[in-house]
Write a protein that binds this ligand. Structure first.
Ligand code: SF4
Ligand code: SF4
Length: 267
C-alpha cells in the first residue's frame, strides 16, 4: 500500500488508487472543528438533494428555493450549489455547535473530503478510479498517524450509495453528444432541472400531465414511483436520456406512435 501525507502533495500531485493509504483523522476535539463548513462551494448532486430535503423535512422545491442557488454549467445545463449564509464567514446553513445538523445525510462532497476524485472519462471507461488529497492549510485532520486506505475511507464515510446513484447521471453528462454544442434552449434546461433536482415537482408532472398516457410504464413501476424518490429519480434519468440523447430507454405507447404517424401523414 502506497502511503501519502499532505506535506508530500506540496511536491506535486500524488494520485492514489483505492488501495493506497493517506493519513487523516477528523474529530470534534480539533481546534478547527466546523471550520471546513464555511466559505466553501458545495455542488449538490441529485441524490444529495433527495437525502438532504428528506433530512430537512421539506419538499424538493422548498429545499431548492431555501438552500440552493442554480448556475448554468459549461455544457449549458443547470448545476445546483448549496447556498451559504450571508454572514461574514459564509457559513453553511446546516452547521451548528455540535457539528453538521444533517450529518447522516450530508452531501457527497462533505463525505469524500479530504479526497478529490481525479478520474477521467478514459480511466472511468477502464473501470479505474483515482484520487488526490486536498491541501487545506487550516485543516488539522492531516496531523495524525492514523492511516486509512482510500477504499476504507469511502466505505467509512458512506460514499458508496452516492457513487451508485451518481453513476447513471454521470453517464448521461459524459455522453459526447452533449458536449458538442452548449445547450441554450431554456425549455431543455428547465426539463433537466425538473427531472434531476426537483423530484417532488417531477412526480406531479408525471401524474398530472399526459406523461403516463404517452409512455409505456409498467403498473408496478407507476405504483412504486408514487412515494419512492429513488425509483422516481431513475425514471427521471430515463426521461432525460430519452429526450436529450434520443435513447430508446422509454417506450412510447403504440397508440401514441400510431396517432403521431397519422398526423404526419406517414401511415
Ligand atoms: S479536521 Fe479538517 S475536516 Fe475535521 S473539522 Fe477540522 S477542518 Fe474540518
Ligand atoms: S452540509 Fe454539513 S458537513 Fe457539509 S458543510 Fe454543511 S454543515 Fe458541514
Amino acid at each position: 500500500m502506497k502511503s501519502f501525507s499532505a506535506a508530500e502533495e506540496k511536491k506535486g500531485l500524488t494520485v492514489l488508487t483505492p488501495e493506497d493509504g493517506f493519513r487523516f483523522h477528523c474529530h470534534p476535539g480539533r481546534d478547527c472543528f466546523n471550520r471546513c463548513c464555511r466559505n466553501i462551494t458545495i455542488f449538490l448532486t441529485p441524490y444529495d438533494i433527495i437525502r438532504m430535503k428528506s433530512a430537512a423535512e421539506m419538499t424538493s422545491s422548498e429545499f431548492l428555493s431555501h438552500y440552493t442557488v442554480t448556475l448554468i454549467g459549461d455544457a449549458g445545463l443547470p448545476v445546483v450549489v448549496l447556498k451559504m449564509q450571508e454572514d461574514e464567514e459564509k457559513t453553511c446553513p446546516f452547521v451548528c455547535g455540535g457539528g453538521c445538523r444533517i450529518y447522516p445525510d450530508r452531501p457527497w462532497a462533505c463525505r469524500i473530503y479530504p479526497l478529490k476524485p481525479e478520474s477521467t472519462k478514459i480511466t472511468e471507461k477502464a473501470g479505474k478510479s483515482y484520487y488526490s488529497v486536498m491541501e487545506v492549510p487550516f485543516c488539522q485532520g492531516f496531523d495524525t498517524d492514523r492511516e486509512i486506505a482510500v477504499k476504507e475511507w469511502i466505505q467509512e464515510q458512506g460514499v458508496g450509495p452516492y457513487m451508485e446513484m451518481e453513476a447513471p447521471f454521470k453517464k448521461i453528462l459524459a455522453d459526447n453528444r452533449l458536449g458538442q454544442t452548449k445547450i441554450t434552449n431554456e425549455k431543455i434546461q428547465q426539463m433537466f432541472y425538473l427531472a434531476c433536482y426537483d423530484v417532488d415537482r417531477f412526480r406531479r408532472f408525471v401524474f398530472e400531465s399526459t406523461f403516463l398516457d404517452r409512455f409505456d410504464i409498467q403498473e408496478d413501476e407507476i405504483e412504486t414511483i408514487r412515494d419512492d424518490d429513488l425509483a422516481l429519480y431513475q425514471l427521471a434519468l430515463r426521461w432525460i436520456e430519452y429526450g436529450m440523447l434520443a435513447q430508446h430507454v422509454l417506450k412510447v405507447k403504440p397508440e401514441v406512435l400510431a396517432a403521431g404517424k397519422k398526423e404526419l401523414g406517414i401511415e
